[in-house]
Design a protein around this ligand. Structure first.
Ligand code: PEP
Ligand code: MN
Length: 338
């Protein structure tokens, strides 16, 4: 059920409702919106509990949550969630945000050079991946812990929020003070231990759609993070497996408006992993913005030909700069800014 408080209900009154929920044997999940505060309550609902809560001061109404994604759904929070990053950048607001960087951190020279030009071109968040989730164990697994110091350096040098992919529950604590956001990649979308662990963290999380996951699977995976208390979750469509072979994956562009309809969480698109070719990235980025994406994740490399991972889909510094110059017009056309 979801308990909707009257607009402007003070904190003490809200706390009393939260205490009552606990006394009734449920776990409350308060969601603070701009207009309304709501308390989502997961568990078997009983008519008596709903009535007891509805009678409390501050409570406007109590309604059942019908959809399976109880905390991610618009039922509990009709307005969009905006996630504010340490540099003041808002994801999920009016501005379309860009997360950019190499697929993998390879060397100091490569990473710092990339950090410099993505910042200059206007990206808001820097990608710095030191652990790589590869389909084959024989492929490059990332520079791993050797790269931690480099992440610190790039973050300090650029002042940009930094995102990294984590593969292990132990990475959450280890990298808490090194990065600003965590990514859970497509291959780990249903790694419930990892989802649960980031759910207890105060770091925003980008959760990518699994290779063969439905939109509902993605939303239910997000629930694992939200239920732990971490409400700073962004979802990312990154292409799914289909019979098509011209592209690395098939960008499910419909996922953007579908997600925007059913969830309040920001929706990102990764055109790089969807298309798999650098020449596809501009068209897919523009399509994503037109479809209503809140942000993009774009791979770029100073020398794509010699990249250790995903060179074919990585934009050159010039290509990245050119695309960043083209995107604002599409953002404006979609009623957004950039
Ligand atoms: C990545 O972002 O580098 C990545 C591995 O993406 P995905 O998990 O979508 O394959
Ligand atoms: Mn990649």
């Amino acid at each position: 059920m979801v308990i909707i408080l009257h607009p402007g209900t003070d904190k003490d009154t809200a706390e009393r409702v939260i205490d009552k929920v606990k006394k009734l044997g449920f776990t409350p999940h308060p969601i603070y919106g701009v207009i309304n505060t709501v308390i989502a309550v997961i568990g078997d609902r009983t008519q008596e509990a709903m009535e007891a809560l509805e009678a409390m001061p501050g409570v406007d109404r109590v309604v059942p949550i019908l959809r399976p994604y109880k905390l991610a759904g618009r039922e509990v929070k009709p307005e969009k969630s905006v996630i504010t990053l340490p540099n003041g950048v808002e994801m999920g607001g009016r501005t379309v945000g860009v997360i950019a960087g190499p697929c993998a951190v390879e060397s100091r020279e490569q990473f710092l050079e990339t950090a410099g030009y993505v910042k200059q071109a206007g990206a808001q968040v820097l990608r710095g991946f030191i652990y790589k989730a590869r389909t084959s164990p024989h492929d490059f697994q990332g520079v791993r812990d050797e790269g931690i110091q480099l992440l610190r350096e790039a973050r300090e040098l650029t002042g940009m929020p930094l995102i990294t992919e984590i593969l292990d529950t132990r990475d959450v604590e280890k990298l808490h003070d090194v990065v600003d956001l965590f990514q859970i990649g497509a291959r780990n979308m249903q790694n419930y231990a990892l989802l649960t662990e980031v759910g207890l963290s105060d770091r925003p999380v980008v959760l990518k759609r699994g290779l063969s996951a439905t939109i509902d699977d993605l939303l239910k995976a997000a629930e694992y993070i939200l239920v732990g208390g971490n409400q700073q979750v962004m979802l990312c469509e990154r292409g799914i497996r289909t019979f098509e072979t011209q592209t690395r994956n098939t960008l499910d562009i419909s996922a953007v408006p579908v997600l925007q309809r059913y969830t309040h969480l920001p929706v990102l698109v990764d055109p790089s992993h969807a298309g798999g070719h650098d020449w596809l990235v501009p068209a897919l980025s523009k399509a994503a913005i037109a479809a209503g994406a809140d942000g993009l994740i774009i791979e770029t490399h100073p020398d794509p030909e010699h990249a250790m991972v995903d060179g074919a889909q990585s934009l050159t510094p010039e290509g990245f700069k050119e695309l960043m110059g083209q995107l604002p017009a599409f953002a404006y056309a979609a009623g957004r800014t950039m």
